[in-house]
Design a protein around this ligand. Sequence first.
Ligand code: FES
Length: 625
Amino acid sequence: MTTAPARDTGRAGAGPARVDLLFEPDGRRVRVPAGVTVFDAASWNGIAIDSTCGGHGTCKKCKVRMLDGAAAPSALDIRAYSPGELRDGWRLACRTLAAGDARIEVPPLVTRPKAATVGVGRQVILRPAVQKRYLELAEPSLADQRSDLERVLDALDDLELRADLHAARVVGRVLRAADYQVTAVIADDVLIDVQPGDTTGRIYGIAFDLGTTTVVATLLDLSTGTPAAVASSLNAQQPFGADVITRISATMMDPAALGRLTALAHETLASLAAEVCAAAGADPADVYEIALAGNATMTHIALGIDPEPLGVAPFILAARLLPEVLAADLGVAVHPRARAVVFPPFGAYVGGDITAGLLASGMDRDARVRLFIDIGTNCEIVLGNRDWLLATAAPAGPAFEGAAIRCGMRAADGAIEVVSMTPDGLELQVIGDAEPAGLCGSGLVDAVTGLVRLGLLDSSGRFVPEAGAAGLAPGLAGRLTTLGAERVFVLHWRGDPGDVPASVYLSQRDVRELQFAKAAIATGWRILLEEAGLAARDIQHVLLAGSFGSYLSPGNAIRLGLVPDIPVLRVVSAGNVAGEGAKMALLSVRERAAGLALLEEVRYVELSDRADFNDRFIDQLAFPG
Ligand code: FES
């Protein structure tokens, strides 16, 4: 095995300074960027430090002892410890920066830090950007003439806060109406609201996975990290076309289309937000942050940014690093000061949904070499581990979504989703227990895999002659027939006996479409392997992402050559990882920062300008023998 490439930081090797921390008594050594808090360094590496506030500096439970390298105590340390304890090196981990190498003693846990399992089985210690604090304040007097706002900010002096205009507008009325018993709402370092009474139990965020076809919203209770409600709907932009190209084209042909598409995206997000809040009995005004993960085109359009540069060579983004966005800018009617965390895209064809998916998969923290494949019309592929990550996009075409397939359809009622074949016959599973009306992507893959396995399709993807079929699969040979000049295999007979056009069948051309799609994907990951100087056997884990990835059986994916031939248990369908990444960004500012840092850590490999792409693609058309 040759050496893997160094992680491309985009700064020619000038990465951030790192420090080594040794946590006692476990003896765990971690390496983290200088300047992160000891609390974050520990929680990021799965080392639990006591806490009930999640690192916000309010519980004073995150006690650690700096065995060497103790910095000057913070103002909060001075309140939390006696002078003797401070001399002995005791500090609050969430207020102590890892400035240099250090040895740190972590006492046994007294309380369990709040954590949530999100992403691909990841444990995330709760530390949302949004927090609420209940305050009981002294009334103003002639001896205490501080302003209303100062009164609130002084009670929060462990945080360095500024107030936004909304908070300044409401604070006076709220303080008086609520007898100076109020809740401060804080987003990062900004006081965004002051509310009457104790509202600390009501604090929510909404994570959106904005897909070209489907949009999913999850309402998260940010005080517990648990999902309170989930809802999904079709993207209301559907009438403009099924894929991103048709929607970009619409904006290029009609100047009014962008506004219309943006409004439809907002409509979809707003109605899902209303639906999840209603389902959980939550007041939308108690949603203080939303997160959105989508491909580059969907993200551009939702923000009202012209997507034209994405659709024409040389395929660039109109905007990569996005300005601060509010939920209101995306048409979502929640708290008026709620911010929106929008996952930025790597490039025109590797979008924010992939940034979010990588975060959820933890690829950037794993020592194993892993392959991440998000299968769709455009297939995004990432290879790497915690030291380096390479990404590319392969044009797989619409076969996996059932389009461009003669009897293809979306995964809806009537679609054949599972096909099990033996030489004696076949069994179908149909969505909605309806009569089969067509074939969706997973059914297509099952059917082709079954036919390859039984020998009815040879490794070049051709149907074998009818005469030979009877010997290979006596119970299926009668289904192998012709429609006009084309060979077809009938999966479900409909209409009169032998009425092929009325039936659900797989044609020779359909098999070719699938071969094109799988060849594009296999070429993509093989080129990434080559760039990394690795072989397929070096891949230790494969993650199949996206809605199609979750229906695809790992065994079939290997059999077709869509993924490397590694033990089947190491190929995992990961489901909606983009939505999971969006949830993680709401639950933990650390995870959010790690997600944004990915932008600098992934090196993009362009396939379209490679002279050898076509030859490599043709090599990958055959099914493995
Ligand atoms: S984690 Fe609560 S004060 Fe440090």
